[in-house]
Design a protein around this ligand. Sequence first.
Ligand SMILES: [Zn+2]
Ligand SMILES: [Zn+2]
Length: 238
Amino acid sequence: MHYINQLLQFWIETDWYFALLMSIMVNIVVFVSTAAILDYAIAGLISKYKVGGYIDDRPLKLNQKKMEIKNGVVACVIFGVGSLITRELFNQVWPISFVSLLIQLAAFMVFYESYSYFIHRLLHTKPFLKIHGVHHKSVRVTPWSAYSVHPVEAIFIAMSAPIFMSVFPLSLGVALILHIFGMMFTILIHSNYNLIINNTILGKISDSPQYHSVHHLLGNVNFGFVNSFWDRCFKTRF
Ligand SMILES: [Zn+2]
Ligand SMILES: [Zn+2]
């Protein structure tokens, strides 16, 4: 914890270009390591231990992962710029109390669930179809598909924290943790892996990849991200 605080303090005080470089590196490390570990672990679980299976087991497109990794790295650079904006907006590194931490977490989750749903629906309207089409090039998804998006879509994602922070006091440390877990969760919902364990916590987590895989398979359903609240309200839940 002491080390993280020192690093955060350094990031706040250093020149913007060095802070940007640090942010890009953190994004790439989280993206590449999470996707690589998950991809490797899932392949092992299915082929070696016969646990679970792929939701969609059709073959991947030619050079699909290569394209996804390239797009993902570009998105990480854009997320780095987004972090730089949060550096200008924050007013505290950590919340003053545990209650304040819980309020920040809950408020951001509610905001992000709505923000991601409506942005995603906007991306499925005519003017944005070409842009969002980059993400939908991956029909059978892989963990690397998570950030295979057009730079404009990456800007929408990167702006979520700065937009929220300009109206609500989100601590910088909490924003960082939410961003890292958010990345891991996005990679998980693109895992194309089905654990098939019902009515357990594992089963619930395992349901998220199903829910998002169906979006890649069918298109205009399951726009939600964290949960299906808005999909149920607007009857877009499949
Ligand atoms: Zn979509
Ligand atoms: Zn997706």
